[in-house]
Write a protein that binds this ligand. Structure first.
Ligand code: SER
Length: 257
């Protein structure tokens, strides 16, 4: 029942960021009420596959799961549905044999802070779906946003699956956009920004396509998936013409990214 919306450009019309970093970027104005989703999409619920570029993880590129450029699968709701449905949809999509047929190793929920209470609702929803391993995390990990100088933000619940290396990797982040933050994320973390409840609560989810491929193709890292393996092979064959010991695995992965 979601309207399918194309990826927006990597160069956003939002002046608070240089590049598009998340699926929710093009939808910020629907969370804040500045634009009407019914008018633009004829629905309160949309989904997309968004080209995203993140420099926040640039030092991690070359490990098993980080990229600067990636594609983010997401479903979004602007006052349509909230926690119960968002968690249920994610659980069904990942675990149902009809869809991905994967095992969830564990999930995280927001443990609470001075400003925002613990997310016991999400904890109870996960447990009712049979996910027993629900871990608590804080502002740093499971509180999303805002992106740029101000904007919508809120607690999140993250889903982890195990790759072929036996390592748990976050593949999907479900954000409960409940607040408007008056300042940037840095200001929020420093206690220098105010949170006011949004009139309409929203859902913002993001799942990494490359990580989902790693799990579903049972690979040890994203570079062994069908998306990256040919690129790594091409880099290998070039390097072999020179000195095969010159390029480390990490260097080849950086080039592939
Ligand atoms: N905005 C959140 C993220 O990028 C969920 O889509 O992780």
């Amino acid at each position: 029942g979601h309207a399918v919306v194309p990826s927006s450009s990597l160069i956003p019309d939002d002046p608070s960021v240089l590049l598009t970093t998340a699926g929710m970027q093009q939808f910020k104005k629907y969370y804040t009420g500045e634009a009407d989703p019914m008018k633009d999409f004829n629905s309160l619920n949309v989904c997309s596959i968004q080209k995203s570029f993140r420099t926040s993880d640039i030092d991690e590129v070359g490990d098993d799961s980080h990229l600067t450029f990636f594609e983010m699968l997401g479903n979004f709701s602007f006052g349509g549905y909230f926690k119960e449905e968002a968690i249920r949809y994610a659980h069904e999509f990942l675990t149902s044999k009809e869809w991905m047929g994967l095992d969830i190793s564990y999930v995280t929920i927001f443990k609470g802070s001075d400003m925002v209470p613990k997310d016991t609702e999400s904890e109870n929803i996960w447990k009712s779906l049979g996910v027993a391993d629900v871990r608590e995390e804080g502002m740093g990990d499971v509180f999303w946003g805002p992106t740029g100088a101000s904007g919508p933000c809120g607690p999140t619940t993250e889903i982890y699956c195990t790759n072929a290396n036996g390592k748990d990797v976050e593949i999907w982040n479900i954000v409960f956009n409940e607040f408007l933050c008056s300042g940037s994320r840095e200001q929020l973390l420093a206690g220098d920004a105010a949170l006011t409840p949004l009139e309409k609560k929203g859902i913002d989810t993001g799942m990494g396509l490359e990580r989902l491929a790693m799990i579903s193709q049972n690979k040890k890292n994203i570079f062994e998936t069908d998306l990256f393996a040919p690129v790594i092979q091409a880099v290998d064959s070039r390097v072999a013409q020179y000195n095969p010991h010159y390029a480390t695995e990490t260097m080849k992965r950086m080039i592939a990214d």
